[in-house]
Design a binder for this molecule. Structure first.
Ligand code: FE
Length: 369
C-alpha cells in the first residue's frame, strides 16, 4: 500500500457546487420516488404510507393496478358480504391504511366490536384521512365514506357508534390494509437503510474515512467485481482475480444520503487515475461504484456526467459504474485496520493525514465520539 493522492480542497469546493446543484435534479427525483415507494405494493405506483399528495387517477388506471375484488369495492362501490372480511372480528394493535393508495385511515384503538359484520371504527386517524359524500342509492339516505387521498370507496358513516364520537365508520375489510405496530417500526427502519459498495484504492484508507461519517452504520472491507469466489487478499494482490479492493458502506438515509456518500468518495480518491491510486497500481485499485438499484446507478452516472461536463478535473473521470453482484469480506485483520493499527508506520504516515484532512473538510458531518 502506498500513499494515495492527498485530498485537493480547492477541487473539493469546485465540484461540491456541482453536487449541490445536481442534487435538485438527480436526488430530487430519486428522493421523491423513494418516498413514493415507501411501503410500496408491487404493481401499484400510487401506494405509499407517507406521501400525502392527493391522487387523480383514472378508472382505467385503477383497474390496471388494483386486484379485481379491491377495484370492484373501491372504485365501483360494491360491498363485501357481512362477516366475511378479514378484519370484522380482528383486534390487533396497529394502523389501518387505504388498500388502494396506502393513506393512513384509522388507528386500531378506534376500532370497536360491532355486530354488523364489518370492521367498525368510531374515529378516523386525522381530519382529512376520510371524506364524505351523500349517498342516496338503493332508496336510502346514507353518508358514503371515501379515502381522503385517492377518493376510493371505503364504506359508510352512521350515527349509531359508541362514545366519544357516537359515529360508526362501517368499512369494507377489503378496502383496508392493517399493519401491526411492530412491523411499522421495522419497515421504517428497513426503509431508511441503504448499502453501496465502492472501490477507491486502498480499502484501509477508505474504511478509516467512512467509519467517521455521521449516518454510516457499518463499513466492511472486502473484494468485488471479480471472478474468483472468496478470494484471499494475496490472490487479489496478484491482479488476476478481477476483483477490486472495496468497502461496503451501510448507511442511514435519514442522517446521511447517497449524495453525501458520493461526495466523500469523489473527495478522498482520484477518479481520473486508471487502475491505480498513487503508487498503488493494478486493477484491484480501480475507481469503481457497484450499484444495487436504479437510484444508485442514476445518481452515480448523473454526478459523473456533471463533473465531466463542468471539467472539474483536468483529466477524464475513469470511475466505472457497475452492477453489484457479490461482495467477499476480506480477512479479519483488514477490518477496522486503521483503528486497530494506529501506531504502525503506514497508518501514521499515509492514512492519518488523509483522515485528518477529511475531518477538516467534513467537520460538521462527523460522528460525535
Ligand atoms: Fe386511498
Amino acid at each position: 500500500m502506498s500513499q494515495m493522492n492527498k485530498i485537493n480542497i480547492a477541487l473539493f469546493f469546485a465540484f461540491c457546487m456541482v453536487i449541490f446543484n445536481s442534487c435538485g435534479q438527480t436526488t430530487g427525483k430519486s428522493k421523491s420516488s423513494a418516498m413514493d415507494t415507501t411501503n410500496a405494493k408491487p404493481g401499484n405506483p400510487y401506494y405509499s404510507h407517507t406521501d400525502t399528495t392527493k391522487l387523480n387517477v383514472s378508472d382505467a388506471e385503477w383497474k390496471k393496478v388494483l386486484p379485481n375484488d379491491v377495484y370492484q369495492v373501491m372504485r365501483h362501490k360494491e360491498t363485501e358480504e357481512a362477516f366475511t372480511g378479514k378484519y370484522w372480528d380482528f383486534f390487533g394493535k396497529g394502523t389501518y391504511y387505504c388498500a388502494a393508495c396506502g393513506n393512513p385511515l384509522f388507528r386500531a384503538d378506534a376500532k370497536f366490536a360491532s355486530s354488523c359484520g364489518w370492521p367498525s371504527f368510531f374515529e378516523q386517524i386525522s381530519k382529512n384521512s376520510v371524506v364524505y359524500k351523500a349517498d342516496n342509492s338503493y332508496g336510502m339516505e346514507r353518508t358514503e365514506a371515501l379515502c381522503g387521498r385517492c377518493g376510493g370507496h371505503l364504506g359508510h358513516l352512521f350515527d349509531d357508534g359508541p362514545a366519544p364520537t357516537g359515529k360508526r365508520y362501517c368499512m369494507n375489510s377489503i378496502a383496508l390494509d392493517f399493519i401491526p405496530d411492530n412491523k411499522i417500526k421495522e419497515t421504517t427502519m428497513e426503509n431508511n437503510i441503504d448499502t453501496i459498495t465502492l472501490g477507491g484504492g486502498c480499502f484501509w484508507c477508505m474504511d478509516a474515512i467512512y467509519e467517521k461519517l455521521k449516518g454510516v452504520v457499518k463499513v466492511e472491507s472486502g473484494f468485488s467485481g471479480g471472478t474468483v469466489k472468496n478470494p484471499s487478499y494475496e490472490e487479489v494482490c496478484t491482479g488476476k482475480t478481477g476483483h477490486a479492493e472495496v468497502i461496503q458502506v451501510t448507511f442511514d438515509k435519514t442522517i446521511t444520503s447517497l449524495d453525501e456518500i458520493f461526495k466523500v468518495f469523489f473527495t478522498v480518491h482520484d477518479p481520473t487515475e486508471l487502475n491505480r491510486q498513487g503508487d498503488d497500481i493494478g486493477t484491484q485499485y480501480r475507481s469503481v461504484i457497484f450499484y444495487r438499484n436504479d437510484e444508485q446507478k442514476a445518481d452515480a452516472e448523473s454526478l459523473i456526467k456533471d463533473l465531466s461536463d463542468k471539467k472539474i478535473y483536468t483529466e477524464p473521470i475513469v470511475t466505472q459504474v457497475e452492477k453489484f453482484t457479490a461482495f467477499y469480506k476480506a480477512e479479519n485483520y483488514h477490518q477496522d485496520y486503521y483503528e486497530n493499527n494506529k501506531n504502525k508506520p503506514y497508518c501514521k504516515l499515509v492514512i492519518q493525514p488523509k483522515v485528518e484532512e477529511f475531518e477538516t473538510i467534513f467537520k460538521d458531518r462527523l460522528k460525535t465520539k
